[in-house]
Design a protein around this ligand. Sequence first.
Ligand SMILES: Cc1ncc(COP(=O)(O)O)c(C=O)c1O
Length: 387
Amino acid sequence: MKTLGMQPSRRQFIQQLGLGAAWLGLAANTSFALANNTPILPFRQNASPLLLHYNENSLGMSPNALSAAKFAIERYGNRYPSESIDEFKVKLADHHQVKPEQLIFGNGSTEVLQAIATYAARQHATMIEPSPTFGALRGYCKAENLNVIQVPVAQNFEMNIAAMKKQAMAQSGPVLINICNPNNPTGNIVDFSIMFDWINNAPDTHLFLLDEAYFDYAQANPRYKSGLDLINQGKDNVVISRTFSKVFGMAGMRMGYGITTIKTASKIKPFAAGFNLSAAGIAAASAALDDKAFYKKSIEYNQVSKTILINTLNELDLESIPSDTNFVLHRIGTPLVDYTEHMQRNGVRVGRKMTVDDRWNRISLGTPDEMKIFAQTLMAFRQNGWV
Ligand SMILES: Cc1ncc(COP(=O)(O)O)c(C=O)c1O
């Protein structure tokens, strides 16, 4: 499956990437990079590695968020941020048109997942999730000795909702269902009509955690809807988690949150760390919410980077999974361990093993300039028979 229909000719494509004959000549030297540890693209010598392995935002954070964080450290670094947390809670609630009591803060959304796992453990719930998926909730549930059932995704990497539903219905007690939507590492979404139908017909003892870390990249897809719609309809068995780590470029600031109904929030909050946000993180997140231009740029750049990547993969005839995120899962055709090593030696950090078949790689979408370098590297790899 290819995700983009239009393929530029090889010549046009090479021109787009700014590659010339010199590069092609170099790339023909098969074991160049490994033999003397010189990167396959000469201009990458001594360059910082491209960090395309953690689905971060290479653009950085909004300049306004950065100034706000600096100011907060200078002015309030020695003070507890109680008032700022309260103010931020109201601002974020307004942003989502929910009540402040519906929010659960986390030092990163991962910490919200931890609170949910602890809550589920007190209910002696069974956790059900697709495989592969983001592993944090699974880790916390296992630490709590919960029974974790993983349901493999289908051949095309779509979640097998029918099989997950069947597993959930086979449990006699409470169930926690982990749906990362869009999913990591596959990058694809669950059609909202299928998911809403399941949730609307599920027993109250089935709690759905919808991890929406990549929501912002998916919202333009008409087949995608946030679980917030269900929460707004009063569904007590839905919690969504969101983060400032992705589109807002603030992974290092550790700002995440969950949204659910007031009733469910009051049950989960006792298990959350509480008072877990820093003055700098709050100030940055607050400014980031106001900086609509940066948000738009983040989404637009991601789209440009995705096009560069998909064109390259198509050119090399490497299948990719349609992504509504800031990363793409794609075939590499060679074992991941070799590929990763070649990439590492050429100054590119790429994803780790995340699929059963190890001939796939998850690559984060860096800036368009970074993706051009990645594309050049990948083309050179083809010349060397490394992909
Ligand atoms: C699906 C998913 N959820 C949560 C997180 C973690 O987010 P945070 O930085 O808010 O803890 C990630 C990070 O990559 C992720 O991919």
